[in-house]
Design a protein around this ligand. Structure first.
Ligand SMILES: [Zn+2]
Length: 489
């Protein structure tokens, strides 16, 4: 190599290294100091008792309405009435589609945009086959070892009860909000929210209601969930992925297997699926980059350097994320072949083959775009592609440069009792009723104010769902302070 070239190369490398180091040094924590709020009195044992009682109502939703025990839903609402008498005396309750609840707490100033707090009250079942794995039964509402145990403790009765406890306490304090507050509780979130949240949005829309913000489930304060990050991270969902399931069908001649064609229906369909798996959707780092802008500065030096310099390390980060299914899901539309059906007998050519592939759609993509891409990747006229069941577009991204986001973020930090906590926006992987509100409100956020390690999060739709009584008391404090903070919004 010529001396001149070597010198230029050296200079170039030195320049890049300096930029990387300077950017790393400037990649500082965004945590603003917030004065913690103390003195919100919550009777930890009493509110835990209420949550335990709520869990005993087996409000399990089911796509087949005839399988639902509607009397339990009615009984649950009667329990709420008995437990929160002030709330039921001061707020107006409307039942939508018989079982979803819309509460209106009229504000003093009707010209201000209202706020919406949401929490569904249906739960997923706890299959009998898992009974032996539960430390405490799923529907008995046992309080033991500092936890309230059972289905709904995390998803999502704790949120509903937390909101109700807070409103009841505020009413006892003589509080009346300046802006109107809506409390929305769907009865069918776990099966799509089509009769509950969807109808409530239609109703509010017909009344020209445009909320300032909507807060629902879909985020939490996580600890020890991100490698290298020791501080708690309050992940606030600013969007959620869309959903579509496609059915792929191949029809063929059938006949005897002794004289087969070069490819049977199984082979054609198998190849189509192999193509889909070999051609993942392109990645989009927008959401991850935004998340790491807040979480990155809390990482050890080497990781911090990488996230401070995504302009240089993006391909590396993408490769690492690709290797981890949950990280990969946060940067692209995912493809999951989940069902395959074909064949009748070992020596008979299959007259048809069908497969089902489920996609979780990245914001920016769309249901139509997914269908179109699938057709072009498969590129085989023998494979028919059609949508199965109900599809959902991904939610639009809610801005974090709003007063509402700032208010939620401030409330989290005021009530978290940990000044190291970081608030970070993220893309919610699971669907929630919140998505239905995008049509009437741009500021839809997803966050539940409990602080849980990953092993406890597994309780959501899994076994041993539980919430510590301390966490539940914190949730009540959060909603109490949030509603107070809305006064300054
Ligand atoms: Zn839920």
């Amino acid at each position: 190599m010529k001396k001149k070239t070597l010198l230029a190369l050296l200079l170039g490398v030195t320049f890049v290294v300096s930029v990387v180091l300077v950017r790393t040094a400037l990649f500082r924590s965004t945590r603003a100091r917030v004065e913690p709020v103390r003195g919100i009195a919550v009777h930890e044992a009493r509110v835990a008792q209420h949550l335990a009682e709520a869990i005993r109502f087996k409000t399990v939703s089911n796509r087949d309405a005839s399988q639902v025990d509607w009397d339990t839903f009615t009984a649950f609402r009667a329990f709420l009435e008995k437990t929160y008498p002030r709330l039921h005396a001061s707020l107006e309750r409307e039942l939508v589609h018989d079982h979803s609840m819309l509460f209106t707490w009229r504000g003093r100033d009707p010209t201000l945009k209202p706020v919406v707090l949401m929490a569904h009250y249906d739960v997923v079942p706890a299959p009998e086959s898992t009974n032996a794995d539960w430390v405490q039964p799923a529907f008995e509402g046992v309080i033991a070892d500092g936890y309230v145990w059972g289905r709904g403790a995390l998803d999502n009765k704790s949120s509903l009860m937390g909101i109700f406890e807070a409103v009841e306490a505020l009413l006892a304090d003589g509080f009346r909000p300046t802006r109107t507050v809506y409390l929305v509780s769907g009865h069918d979130e776990e099966i799509g929210g089509w009769d509950g949240a969807v109808k409530i949005v239609e109703l509010l829309g017909s009344r020209k209601v445009e909320p300032e913000f909507v807060l629902d489930e879909g985020g939490a304060i996580v600890v020890n969930a991100i490698p290298g990050v020791r501080v708690p991270v309050a992940a606030v969902g600013v969007s959620e992925k869309g959903y579509v399931t496609l059915e792929l069908r191949v029809a063929s001649e059938g006949g005897h297997s002794s004289t087969p064609p070069h490819q049977t229906a199984v082979g054609v369909l198998g190849k189509a699926i192999a193509e889909l798996e070999a051609n993942p959707f392109p990645s989009d780092m927008t959401y991850s980059a935004q998340f790491f802008e807040y979480v990155g500065p809390e990482m050890p030096f080497a990781q911090r350097m990488i996230f401070a310099n995504l302009w240089l390390f993006r391909p590396l980060v993408e490769r690492i994320m690709r290797g981890n299914p949950s990280m990969d899901a946060s940067i692209r539309t995912t493809t999951a072949a989940t069902m395959f059906d074909s064949g009748i007998k070992e020596n008979v050519l299959p007259p048809r083959a069908t497969a089902v592939v489920n996609f979780r759609i990245m914001p920016g993509d769309s249901v139509d775009a997914v269908v179109e891409r699938v057709r072009s990747v498969i590129n085989d006229g023998r494979v028919e592609v059609r949508i199965r069941g109900k599809a959902n577009e991904p939610s639009p991204m809610s801005s974090i440069d709003t007063r509402s986001y700032a208010l939620i973020s401030k409330t989290i930090r005021q009530t978290a009792r940990d000044e190291n906590l970081v608030v970070a926006p993220y893309l919610a992987m699971a669907a929630s009723d919140a998505r239905h509100f995008s049509s009437i409100c741009p500021n839809v956020y997803r966050f539940l104010p409990f602080k849980v390690p990953p092993e406890e999060l597994k309780g959501i739709h899994g076994t041993n769902e539980r919430l510590s009584t301390k966490n539940f008391a914190q949730m009540v404090r959060f909603y109490y302070q949030l509603l107070r903070n809305c006064e300054g919004l």
